[in-house]
Write a protein that binds this ligand. Structure first.
Ligand SMILES: *[C@@H]1O[C@H](CO)[C@@H](O)[C@H](O)[C@H]1NC(C)=O
Ligand SMILES: *[C@@H]1O[C@H](CO)[C@@H](O)[C@H](O)[C@H]1NC(C)=O
Ligand SMILES: *[C@@H]1O[C@H](CO)[C@@H](O)[C@H](O)[C@H]1NC(C)=O
Ligand SMILES: *[C@@H]1O[C@H](CO)[C@@H](O)[C@H](O)[C@H]1NC(C)=O
Ligand SMILES: *[C@@H]1O[C@H](CO)[C@@H](O)[C@H](O)[C@H]1NC(C)=O
Length: 311
């Protein structure tokens, strides 16, 4: 009786274990299948100096508690090494091991976690921020995704210099940006120029390219020219026009301005001087007539005064 009961109990226990294994067997792949991190965008393009947010998404259950999440954002460098950009440990920022590059420059929008969004904001984007970003999320399982960040800086401010030496004209366009641009020269009307410019560049400490393009024109010319900085990958063009005629015109205008200024100056000196002279003449006439009157009116002092005066 006792052994019999034991056998039944044993069978019962076996069945329980089997059903548990079956349950787990069904459940385990389901759990890993559910916890999948996704990247809504494969790449982002940031403008140098601006802010950008990059994002990963993950599934959250109704009982989600942000204190359970561990999250890492890494910047994968081109040599395969990685830098820690941001870390959440049990829902709290843990930035002791954060790369100096990102110190005080990256934030996570913690309120978005409950919506299953791991949003990283990078501010004052640098050229060195370009590359691959990997988010690793440890919640009901561990998964990661990667997304790319590209950085552009338009060649916005083009400095132009034009120098004329006898018949040769030298035109220079210079600007900073990223990535490397080609410099193309045209006539201002868009026609091609049969001259090759000497374009050189160096990299500044901020990672931007500083490009300088010099076009020399041998024969005497009054044409206007255009230099265009062209970033092929991003189809970004910026250009500046170097105007030949207008520069001379403005020089003439400056001359004109100076000469009108000169006549103002002459007027400014001449008018008060004339007025002053007039006043002196009038005053001396009045004085003289007054004295004569005095001489006539006061005969007592008249002889003495007459004595004093030269003949
Ligand atoms: C960029 O981020 C910084 C720091 O969070 C903030 O002060 C600034 O206003 C942001 N700029 C823009 C254009 O959103
Ligand atoms: C553009 O200007 C250049 C130089 O002045 C001239 O040679 C060329 O014919 C012009 N092209 C057009 C389409 O007007
Ligand atoms: C461009 O210049 C070269 C020599 O400097 C000349 O042989 C060629 O014919 C020119 N092409 C045009 C289209 O003017
Ligand atoms: C182009 O300019 C650079 C720097 O000014 C100079 O070293 C180089 O010799 C120039 N090249 C040509 C072909 O003129
Ligand atoms: C930019 O410049 C390049 C080279 O001249 C030209 O092929 C391209 O069409 C230009 N794109 C725009 C948007 O102006």
């Amino acid at each position: 009786m006792f052994t019999c009961w034991s056998a039944v109990s044993d069978n019962f226990r076996k069945m329980k274990i089997i059903s548990l294994v079956l349950m787990l067997g069904v459940h385990l792949p389901l759990v890993t299948a559910i916890f999948t991190v996704t990247a809504p965008r494969l790449s982002y393009t940031a403008s140098y100096g601006n802010n950008i947010t990059v994002e990963c998404r993950f599934p959250v259950e109704s009982n989600f508690n942000s204190n359970q999440i561990k999250l890492y954002w890494h910047h994968i460098l081109s040599d395969g090494s990685s830098q820690l950009v941001y870390k959440l440990f049990n829902g709290k920022p843990a930035l002791q091991d954060q790369s100096q590059e990102y110190s005080e420059r990256v934030f996570m929008l913690l309120d978005e976690l409950r919506s299953g969004r791991a949003v990283l904001e990078i501010s004052r984007v640098r050229v060195s921020d370009a590359g691959t970003y990997r988010c690793v999320i440890d919640l009901n399982g561990v998964d990661y995704k990667e997304t790319a960040l590209e950085v552009t800086a338009s060649y916005g401010e083009i400095k132009t210099i034009k120098t004329k030496e006898r018949k040769e004209t030298e035109l220079i366009c210079q600007s900073m940006g990223y990535p490397l641009a080609e410099v193309v020269w045209y006539y201002a009307n868009g026609s091609d120029i049969n001259e090759t410019a000497n374009t050189t560049h160096f990299t500044g400490t901020n990672g931007l390219y500083n490009i300088r393009s010099v076009l020399r024109i041998k024969e005497e010319t009054n044409d206007n020219y255009l230099c265009m900085f062209w970033i092929k990958e991003f189809k970004m063009n910026t250009s500046a026009i170097l105007q030949n005629k207008e520069m001379e015109e403005t020089e003439e205008k400056i001359d004109e301005l100076l000469s009108t200024n000169r006549s103002y100056l002459i007027a400014a000196i001449a008018i008060p001087v004339t007025v002053l002279l007039g006043v002196i003449i009038i005053v001396s006439i009045l004085l003289k007539s007054g004295r004569y009157r005095q001489v006539v009116m006061d005969p007592m002092i008249a002889p003495a005064e007459m004595e004093c005066e030269p003949p």
